[in-house]
Design a protein around this ligand. Sequence first.
Ligand code: SF4
Ligand code: SF4
Length: 280
Amino acid sequence: MMRAPVAKIIPFSNVDGPGNRTSVFFQGCTFNCLFCHNPETIHLCKSCGICVEKCPAGALSFDASGTVVWNSTACVGCDSCIHVCPHDSSPRVRWLTVEDLMKEIRRSAPYIDGITTSGGECTLQNEFLIELFTEVRKLGKTCLIDSNGSFDFEADPRILTVSEGVMLDVKAADGAWSNILISHTQELVLKNLDYLLSVNKLHEVRTVIFPGRDTENAEAVRTVAGHIGSACPYKIIRYRPFGVRERYQKLLGEFETETEYAERFARLARECGAAKAFVV
Ligand code: SF4
Ligand code: SF4
């Protein structure tokens, strides 16, 4: 039976798409963004054991095969394990089946409009998501995909047939800054942007605005605006250092982006055609 690594489930969220939604965060990512707010979701646990002795509640141990296991009942949620992990991982991951997840979603179902899958990068679990979304839609609920754009939706569009669309991060224009910021080019991300637009499955686009990075911010915003026009909302997101790894805060900024500064780029986006650009 297919299982996927689930880092966290938020039964009710009003910031992960329209209405009230259950958000499911999967473990593992294809990028390593310097400004990641949840760096403990980037890699799967290697069972190195460093966090086991640091757990004040005795909630971590090794099983007979040497795998680190988490006792959720004993856990007090202190986060010591993720703070000491040198591998951008967490021991608090559950390998769930679609039915395991559906049990939790059914409990929230009377109160939600749908679900949003995120991460990490949820499209790493493409086959699992197709099965999950198929079941969720039987409840009459909507399904949205929060993605960094590293999955080639045109090459395998099956997931789009069972979802309302994609909330796509475009973190930079292609070029040197993209390679520094996310350790990746933007080629596939921008191809996805155009493809999702063409099949009417682009729910929204998001770009983070960094303090003092006039050139890089403007290049990213112009790139997105030139593609999307007024086809979908464009969220201009203020960089916030909360949760960002300390070594990268030195490069990106130890303070959040001022609203007024971000508004400059929302105006630029609108001038370049993205009529639905706004700051969050
Ligand atoms: S959050 Fe991590 S370190 Fe803290 S009690 Fe839970 S398992 Fe242990
Ligand atoms: S969560 Fe990190 S520190 Fe803990 S066992 Fe896994 S890889 Fe090691």
